[in-house]
Write a protein that binds this ligand. Structure first.
Ligand code: PEP
Ligand code: MN
Length: 339
């Protein structure tokens, strides 16, 4: 339920309502706007009548049900949009945030060459997989802790915060020691025990959309994180499985726009996994920006033909620099008003 306090409600009246909500075994999520405060009352619904009765409490203007099955991620419960701070990089603010780096960390040299190059080209964050979810057990599985150590070193040298995937509950503690943001990969979007575990970590989470998940299921997965106590969640559209075989996945930009409309959380796009095709990345990056994406995740490798994973969808270093330049030029064109 959403409790809209009137513009004239006093602090005492607001606190009284919050207390009553808690007494009814609901969580109270308070969002203070410039004009008025809204209180999201979220619970299993047992004492709903008592919440509804708060309509009569002083300072309450209106009580309306949260119409969506997801509650805390719904834009209904919050004034404005969430901005997620990853060691000083603000995702969801006005700037487009670019996370770039190799699909997998393969060696110290490969990582450092890529990290320095993406930093020079203007990336905001470094990505790189240490634990890789591979379709085949015979494919490269990632270098684990060694890769985490290099990611941390590369981050210290370049100043870029690191986002890296954690695949299992058992690895959460170690990955959280090295990373600035934990990635929950597409295949794990509905791994509810992993979601519950990362919800307790004091780091922001990048939640990728499952390849066959609806937008509603994706937002409900995010709800696990917020309900578990972690409000710092960024959603990532990385393509869904459709009948199309010309691309690896179908980057669902309507789904991205819908998620941004239904939720206050930032949403970024991953055109690398979203297409699987290097040449399509610049077009899909611009399209994602046009659809309202708060950021992009791009795979970059110094020599894609030698990559141990996802070479065909990785930009080389000059290709990434060119993409960054064209994104900047577009921003200038729009800012100047001439299209
Ligand atoms: C990745 O980012 O390297 C990755 C494996 O992504 P996804 O979970 O979207 O497939
Ligand atoms: Mn990849």
């Amino acid at each position: 339920m959403i409790i809209n306090m009137s513009a004239e409600a006093t602090e005492e009246e607001i606190n009284h309502v919050i207390e009553r909500v808690k007494e009814c075994d609901y969580q109270a999520h308070v969002s203070r706007g410039t004009e008025r405060t809204i209180i999201g009352a979220v619970g299993s619904g047992g004492r709903r009548n008592e919440i509804e009765a708060l309509r009569a409490a002083p300072g309450v203007e209106d009580i309306i049900p949260i119409t969506q099955p997801f509650k805390l991620v719904s834009q209904q419960v919050k004034h404005g949009r969430t901005i997620v701070d990853v060691r000083g990089v603000k995702i969801g603010d006005s700037d487009l945030i670019v996370m770039a780096g190799p699909c997998s960390v393969e060696s110290r040299d490969q990582l450092f060459e890529t990290a320095r190059a993406v930093k020079a080209a203007g990336a905001d964050m470094l990505r790189g997989g240490a634990y890789k979810p591979r379709t085949s057990p015979y494919d490269f599985q990632g270098l684990g802790i060694e890769a985490l150590e290099w990611l941390k070193e590369a981050s210290e040298e370049t100043g870029l915060p690191v986002v890296t995937e954690v695949m299992s509950e058992a690895d959460v503690e170690i990955v959280a020691k090295y990373a600035d943001m934990l990635q929950v990969g597409a295949r794990n979007m509905q791994n509810f025990s992993l979601l519950r575990r990362v919800a307790t970590v004091n780091l922001p989470i990048l939640l990728k959309r499952g390849p066959s998940a609806t937008v509603k299921e994706w937002l409900l997965a995010a709800e696990y994180l917020l309900a578990g106590g972690n409000p710092n969640v960024v959603l990532c559209e990385r393509g869904i499985r459709t009948f199309e075989t010309g691309t690896r996945n179908t980057l669902d930009l309507a789904g991205l726009a819908l998620a941004r409309e239904l939720s206050h959380l930032p949403v970024i796009a991953d055109p690398s996994h979203g297409t699987g095709v290097r040449s399509l990345i610049p077009a899909m990056s611009s399209a994602a920006v046009g659809a309202g994406a708060d950021g992009l995740m791009i795979e970059v490798h110094p020599c894609p033909e030698r990559a141990l994973s996802d070479g065909p969808q990785s930009l080389d270093i000059p290709g990434f620099a060119q993409l960054m330049q064209s994104l900047r030029q577009r921003a200038r064109t729009f800012a100047g008003g001439a299209v």
